[in-house]
Design a protein around this ligand. Sequence first.
Ligand code: PLP
Length: 412
Amino acid sequence: MSQQTEPLDVEGLREDFPILQREFDGTQLVYLDNAATTQSPRQVVETITDYYYEYNANVHRGIHQLSQEASVAYEDAHDRVAEFVGADGREELVFTKGTTESMNLVAYAWGLEELGPGDEVVLTEMEHHSSLVTWQQICKRTGAECKYIPITDDGYLDMEAAEDMITDDTEMVSAVHVSNTLGTVNPVSDLADLAHDHDAYMFVDAAQSVPNRPVDVKEIDADFLAFSGHKMCGPTGIGALYGKEHILEEMEPYLYGGEMILKVTYEDATWNELPWKYEAGTPPISQGIAFAEACDYLDEIGLENIRRHEAELAEYAYEQLTQYDDVEVYGPPADDRGGLVAFNLEDVHAHDLSSILNDSAVAIRAGDHCTQPLHDVLGATASARASFYLYNTKDEVDRLVEAVDDARQLFA
Ligand code: PLP
């Protein structure tokens, strides 16, 4: 994992992303919806075309050359993505559709079996719906209870409350690493310690952290950790679940079918080795291989460099937006956040704001960002969110701030 600390050659990097050259009515696109989905560089797209032009075949089934090439590339991709997050190898790294499916896999395979009345699952108030709804519904089905660690007024997790809430009744602590709404970077390693003190598991939702900072599953001591390819320059339809090997060995499969079996009779079946036990059916082969290529691409740039670049842009955006009293930015202070700012312009609904920004070719997200209960806590029905990535520039932040000013004038 790279730890260089060099400024990014953003202009050079942008050449890898043809989509950033798009114009709308002669105005160049400013893409600030990266927390939803990042763009893919040529290197990743070409990995997919190479696969379809050169060695498209089903994996693990054929003796023929194409199938062997596809199988090796797909299997190796697991090792590469595992290495990217500091896991030991493919035995600890299951490919899924993304963070949401990774969460559901554990909730169904482990939660339905292990949880019951009297057990507690501890989440945070800033969970994405992918974790919140999943655990909430599994708790309803098992009789377990969901609890939520509150946030402080400045958007941090209340760790004193966490210490009180994580008890011997806790079976699972599931927390978002970087909040996709507040930009808060949560102390997931401390939460893991608390969980383990009470023999509970720690699940880290790393959808917004693995793409933009060094993340090491062993340093965190996560039992499970989930992330999505499309938020880190990779394709859609692919993501990962890291799990400690002994836990993945113990859990039952989540989906049944081909690929995940070892021996089948009319009466019973046994399961394939890890990680294939959790990858039933024909997998997303080209996506998996391209996911590994995205890891290469990001490692080449350096995760620490990306983290710093994003943080600088977020700090700059925060300061520029809050020059005006009519803008409220949610979450921690400017110099202590991940690479996004969620905000509201007084008396302008976030959807209207986003639509006006779209007229200036500035793409942001408006809505609840899959954190409805958190928006209730913030006292907002929705917010606008600008989220940055390695190819964004300060000039683009200026374009955002100018477009917000246009909206201000329009609604004055
Ligand atoms: N968790 C967080 C913090 C997210 O931001 C997202 C996506 O926005 C998800 C989970 C869900 O990711 P996916 O839709 O790729 O499954």
